[in-house]
Design a protein around this ligand. Structure first.
Ligand SMILES: Cc1cc2nc3c(=O)[nH]c(=O)nc-3n(C[C@H](O)[C@H](O)[C@H](O)COP(=O)(O)OP(=O)(O)OC[C@H]3O[C@@H](n4cnc5c(N)ncnc54)[C@H](O)[C@@H]3O)c2cc1C
Length: 427
């Protein structure tokens, strides 16, 4: 199959790709969106799936359902083997080549194990719904005949992913213990090479995160690097060893491997360097957005890999493509900074918002988190009210005593059609 010449190709149906395709479709532009999965995955809630607090269907939504009202968007479920920016085409692993007037690389990122021996083989990354479901099933398996120590977990990386996952797992262990399902809760140890958690946040937030995690029963070890990951323990740089049959990798990410096939020399973190208007130097009609791109942020370097950057850059690339189609000049990307935030557990969240990054925690921070995540979700779900109800219930109420690891956790009441279930395969 070959696309028509005025078709825009979008590689990736994450927050960036979906926002881009939707904006183009609003103006009736033909779009082909290609993703290896037939569903969009909402990464900010993956740790909720891993810790059995949300079923996997709630964080994945079929692309077909997202674009049901957008007749000009064609969704192709296929793996892209190669991006050819020079002729604006995508080569699929099934042998097909798609071409278009423009190509937008929105392929996201993937875990970076930084060459730590054993990490790729034995650690559980948390980057896709399949990753989250795999971790949940692994924990459930261990729980079946748990003896002291079986459920000990090491989480590598003290950024938002590591902190949020540690908080959720510590709560899960506490709940299993309180309900009598586990005589001795698994020990959750968070390790980071640096001297603070949530490095990008202020000092007050660093202390808040450590305090809240320790309060939830987790152990936090700073200034400790992981030298190797083994099936039943983690080896540290200083020769110490921590027994754990579960190692969660929140230790870093890099641009999706397919971005490396595009032509330009990959930039920092294996991502594609883009110009201020999100185009790629030397390749007319080519854009890169979201986690796959290094997006210039004036004098302060590049924008971080955040959902709101992905969503806004995807939409901005679409606006620039529309300008190109009208023979108008493209405009440099302007990011509306929503702040940075992390939910550490029930009743514990931290956020830094506003121009001067004002720090707030507790329910106010949770409200900020909710506002931003509602906006992210509104790109893929019409029932954001259902998400808000679920989230307040999660944050506010001590439902710990009702958590059941082996039965279905409480769902978000999307009211979706049964036929809209995503096809999630764990390979
Ligand atoms: C665990 C976790 C928690 C997070 N929490 C937050 C948070 O609380 N707040 C926040 O703002 N941000 C958060 N983020 C970051 C945010 O989720 C990302 O910045 C955002 O999702 C990036 O969107 P994207 O569209 O660029 O990439 P993605 O969402 O990764 O989408 C990329 C898409 O490309 C597809 N793809 C890749 N390669 C190929 C290929 N070769 N062939 C076909 N398809 C391909 C993938 O299947 C995927 O659907 C979190 C990230 C993670 C991992």
């Amino acid at each position: 199959m070959t696309g028509t010449s005025d078709r825009v190709l979008v590689l990736g149906g994450g927050l960036a790709g979906v926002a881009c395709a939707r904006r183009l479709a609003e103006d009736g532009v033909p779009v082909t969106l290609v993703d290896r999965n037939d569903y969009h995955q909402f990464q900010p809630l993956l740790y909720q799936v891993a810790s059995s607090q949300l079923p996997v269907e709630d964080v994945a939504r079929p692309h077909r359902a997202i674009f049901r009202e957008h007749a000009t968007v064609e969704v192709v479920t296929a793996e892209v083997a190669e991006v050819r920016l020079s002729d604006r085409s995508l080569v699929l692993t099934d042998g097909r080549t798609l071409s278009g007037s423009h190509v937008v690389v929105a392929a996201g990122a993937q875990p970076n194990f930084f060459g730590v021996p054993g990490a790729a083989e034995h650690a559980y990354p948390l980057y896709s719904v399949a990753d989250a479901e795999r971790l949940r099933l692994h924990l459930q398996d261990l729980l079946r005949d748990a003896t002291p120590g079986t459920l000990d977990v090491v989480v590598v990386g003290g950024g938002p992913t590591g902190v949020e996952t540690t908080g959720a797992l510590a709560e899960l262990m506490g709940a299993l213990h309180e309900t009598g399902r586990l005589a001795q809760p698994g020990r959750i140890t968070l390790i980071d090479r640096g001297d603070a958690l949530l490095g990008e946040f202020s000092e007050k937030a660093h202390e808040y995160a450590v305090h809240k995690l320790r309060e939830a029963g987790a152990d936090v070890r700073l200034g400790a690097g992981v030298a190797a990951v083994h099936p039943d323990h983690v080896e540290l740089d200083d020769g110490a060893s921590i027994p754990a049959r579960t190692v969660v990798w929140g230790g870093g990410e890099q641009g999706a491997s397919v971005a490396g096939t595009a032509g330009p020399e990959p930039g920092r973190g294996g991502r594609i360097d883009v110009r201020p208007d999100l185009t790629i130097e030397g390749y007319p009609g080519a854009y890169a957005v979201g986690d796959a791109a290094n997006i210039p942020a004036g004098e302060t370097g590049t924008w971080p890999q955040l959902g709101s950057v992905a969503q806004q850059s995807g939409r901005w690339a679409a606006e620039n493509i529309l300008r190109e189609r009208r023979n108008e000049p493209t405009r440099p990307f302007r990011y509306k900074d929503k702040g940075i935030m992390a939910m550490i557990g029930r009743n514990a969240a931290v956020a830094e918002v506003g121009k001067h990054r004002h720090q707030v925690d507790g329910p106010v921070a949770f409200a900020a988190w909710l506002g931003v995540h509602m906006m992210l979700m509104s790109g893929v779900h019409s029932r954001t009210d259902a998400f808000v109800t679920w989230a307040w219930d999660y944050f506010d109420r001590d439902r710990a005593a009702t958590i059941e690891v082996s039965s279905a956790p409480q769902r978000i009441a999307w009211g979706d059609d049964e036929a809209d279930r995503p096809h999630i395969a764990l390979d």
